[in-house]
Design a protein around this ligand. Sequence first.
Ligand SMILES: Nc1ncnc2c1ncn2[C@@H]1O[C@H](COP(=O)(O)OP(=O)(O)OP(=O)(O)O)[C@@H](O)[C@H]1O
Length: 328
Amino acid sequence: MMQPLLEVRNLKKYFPVVKGFGPFKEIRWLKAVDDVSFTLHKGETLGLVGESGCGKSTTGRAILRLIEPTSGEVIFQGENIIALSQKEMRKKRREMQIIFQDPFASLDPRMTVKEIIAEPLRVFKTRENIKKRVEELIEKVGLSRSHLDRYPHEFSGGQRQRIGIARALALNPKLIVCDEPVSALDVSVQAQVINLLEDLQKEYGLTYIFIAHDLSVVKHISQRVAVMYLGKIVELGPVEQIFNNAKHPYTKALLSAIPVPEPGAKKEKIILEGDVPSPINPPAGCSFHPRCSGKKPICIEVMPDLVEVEKGHVVRCHLYSGEVKRGI
Ligand SMILES: Nc1ncnc2c1ncn2[C@@H]1O[C@H](COP(=O)(O)OP(=O)(O)OP(=O)(O)O)[C@@H](O)[C@H]1O
């Protein structure tokens, strides 16, 4: 078996949260990412989905060390990048890029598109080479050279995302974390940007982690899908297994929320009870149990492990672990 491009092992990110003050001060830990593991092969896309606040962005950022993980390993091309110094990491980050929901939110509105795309190239190339590369990149993402002297506010959301993609591609990365890259776009524009990402993936052999809160968005681009709930992966499997044979009650509820395209087609809608519990004070046992209509006594007490239900398809649910199967 080929060595994976990326192997995430037991990744955790806990944020300290201070409650109270003075002698009543108490530090609690918000477990934004709590023991996440998965592998990713070159050229593959893993969709990472779940409701707002389940830890998707923190997972993506911790993998690139844009925020420092609390613990765990991130093996990229055979090397644990968590052990690298900041300086070594800066070099490594050329190969690991991120695309944001709004790539311009953090950028100077006074920079032209040319300057925005050229920024990551500056350290490595001569002026003439930068110009050539910027022109090549803008065309690769479906825009033209005439766009280069314009400013971000002159573009539509979809065009801005194309510019963000050009910038991320500048240094020939191998892995790109796409953090909700189409969530702010109209549905018709979403498809165009997803098609562009797919074309670039084929051309350059790129590997993606594609974050979205909506399962329908990841359906076409992912080969495998991981579903997160309160900092943990609750189900992970090949995309067709997740869509046609989901096991976890949470995945089933997310799927039932996707509108049915054919008029007249009926689908059972599963309503999630209550709100997402706070990750500072998660429920005991299976953290999904307060919202689960199928819960058993064991679910209130014991956090289930991930169990393999089919090859490459794992589920964190007691309904599929030995105890409940045996009727406990
Ligand atoms: N810097 C931080 N300090 C404290 N808590 C944080 C910080 N960043 C994120 N969190 C918390 O960590 C949890 C996971 O957040 P994260 O942004 O990773 O979730 P998400 O699934 O990406 O959600 P969204 O779709 O809203 O971005 C949330 O409860 C969030 O409030």
